[in-house]
Ligand binder design. Structure first.
Ligand code: OFO
Length: 171
């Protein structure tokens, strides 16, 4: 049985993962409207991944006899200043998610909930990957600057990257 404190922290994480999914969906839609189809494909995929992260938590809470709370979501921004600002916001958001995951991990240790601690390790490694990917993408965008040809190649590369990614349902 889950302790109330742990259940509360996991439900907070459910909300954060769900809001990540909404946020990236909004980014995907905006980049699509800008003609950046590869970038939008990447972000639509990312949005689905976040939904997967939320589902994994909901199922775990149920499995442990807890009560998952499906949250209402805050409306994400409709527009962004630039593609660079999209990925800057994405990295900032991921850093917050990492902090939140670390807090859950800390709580698991102080409450001696080693099962949830073990479950959360998947999220710890996932965050490492997501932060690294966001940083790599931002470095590329900085390198490209205002070069339209560079942006075209960047957009195409993101499309190819998605094709090589495992399907979230297989993760
Ligand atoms: Fe769920 O990893 Fe990003 O937010």
């Amino acid at each position: 049985m889950l302790k109330a404190k742990i259940e509360k922290a996991l439900n907070k994480q459910v909300e954060l993962e769900a809001s990540s999914s909404q946020f990236y969906l909004s980014m995907a839609s905006w980049t699509e409207s800008q003609g950046l189809t590869g970038t939008s494909t990447f972000l639509y995929h990312h949005s689905e991944e976040e939904r997967g992260h939320m589902l994994k938590l909901v199922k775990f809470i149920n499995e442990r006899g807890g009560k998952p709370v499906i949250p209402a979501l805050v409306k994400p921004p409709e527009t962004f200043n630039s593609i660079k600002s999209v990925f800057e916001s994405l990295l900032e958001h991921e850093l917050n998610v990492t902090d939140s995951i670390n807090n859950v991990v800390d709580l698991c240790l102080s409450e001696k909930d080693y099962t949830t601690h073990n479950f959360m390790q998947w999220y710890v490694s996932e965050q490492l990957e997501e932060e690294a990917l966001a940083r790599t993408i931002l470095d590329k965008l900085k390198m490209i600057g205002n070069d339209k040809g560079g942006l075209y190649m960047f957009d195409r590369d993101l499309e190819l990257m998605v094709q090589q990614m495992p399907n979230e349902t297989q993760k």
